[in-house]
Write a protein that binds this ligand. Sequence first.
Ligand code: SUG
Length: 419
Amino acid sequence: MALVEINFDGLVGPSHNYAGLSLGNLASASHGGDPSYPRAAALQGLDKMRHNLALGLTQGFFAPLPRPNPGFLSALGLGTPRDATETRLRAAAWSASAMWTANAATVSPAPDTADGRCHLTAANLVTMPHRSQEWPDTVRQLRLAFADHAHFVVHDAVPACFGDEGAANHMRMAAHHDAAGIELFVYGRPGGPFPARQHEQASRAVARIHGLNAERTLFIEQSAEAIAAGAFHNDVVAVANERVLFTHEAAFADPQGTYAAIRAALPEAEIVVVPTSAVSLADAIKSYLFNAQLLSLPTGEMALVIPTEAWETPSVRTWLDGMLASNGPIRRVLPVDVRQSMANGGGPACLRLRVVADPATVDPRFLLDPARIDALAAVVAQTWPAQIDPTDLGSTTLAQTVHDARYALLATAGLTELA
Ligand code: SUG
C-alpha cells in the first residue's frame, strides 16, 4: 500500500483535570481550578476519531500514560503537599497532558530522510514541569507502535538543555504526502512575557538526527507578538498540509521572508494568509481557528476540522464563509466538539500526531476501525471518572480508580505491556 497520512490521537486519560499548569497558555490559566469531566473528555476525543475515520481517513490512537506518575512524585520527594508549590507539583504528577500527541514527537516521513525510513524523535517538553515527565513513557509506546525497523526509527528526546515541543512546532509540506517534502521547524526566542518553548537548537538537532536534506529544511522564527498573545506553540497560529500552508499573518517573525523561502523550496506551495484585519490575533488564539486538522480527503478535496469554538466566533465565521465562497484550496470546514480539551488549550490539531507511513507497517493494536473505537468508548464509559475537582488530586481512592481505568483500556486494546 502507498504511504498515507495516519493521525494518531491521544486518548484523553482518566485523570484529565484543570490545574492551570501552563504559563502562556491562556485557556489553561483561565480554567485552572475548574472541575473537569474526564469521561466526557475522552468520549469527545473518540467521537473526533470516529468522525475522521468516517471521512475515509486512516486513524490511530495512543493510550494515556500512567498517572499519577509515581516516579515523578518520588524523584521530587513529594508526599502530602505542605504549600501551594508542592500542591502544583503534585498536580503535575496527575496531569493527563500526554493526550496532546502533537507534542509527543517530531516526525519526518520516509521520503524526506537520508536512509528512506520514517524518523520520530520524542519531544523532551522540558519547559513545563508537568510535560517534562512524558517522554520516557511516550518513547516506550512509540517503540511498540513503530517497531518495524525496516520502516521506522524512534529516537530518544534531544538533551534537556534545549526545549523541544515536537510536531506542534514543525510542519511538513509536499506536493503529496508520499512525495519528498520540505520540513519547516518553527522556534521561538526567549525574552517575552511567556516562555518560548521551542529552542532553535532543538529543532536543528532533530533535523540532523532525521537526516533531512538541508535544502529542503527551513528554520523559521515564531513572532514574539504571537507568543506574547498566547500562541505557546506554532500550531496555534498555523497549519500545513501537502502543498497548502494556512497561517495567521502574525505567526512568523518575518512573514514575507518565510513565504518566499517556502515558495523557493516548494514551487507548488499555496499559502492562505488570514490577515489581522479579518481575524485579530486574540480571536485566532481564543477560537483556535488554526489549531485545526487540515486534511486531504479521499475525494481529493482539502477539509479543515476546526473546534466548534472557532465556528461560533463571529470574525472567524465571516472569514471562513468568505473562504468557502472563494476558489481557494480548502473546500470544506468541519466543526468538532472537543471542549474539554479546549479548556486546557488543546484543539483538534493538538490531539493528534501525524505519521505518513504504510499502515501495514504499523502495529495494528494502535490502528482503529469503528468496532475498535466502540470498544474503547465502552471502557471509557464504564471506568473513567465522571468528574474531578482539583481538590480531589492526591486522593488514594481516585488514584486507584484512574489506575484501574487505564489498565482496563490497555487490556481491551491488547496493550498490557504498557501497564
Ligand atoms: O502544553 N495544556 C497543554 C496544551 C497543549 C496543546 N498542544 C498543542 N498546541 N499542540 C500545554 O500547554 C494544561 C494542563 C493544565 O493546566 O492542567 C496543558 O498542559
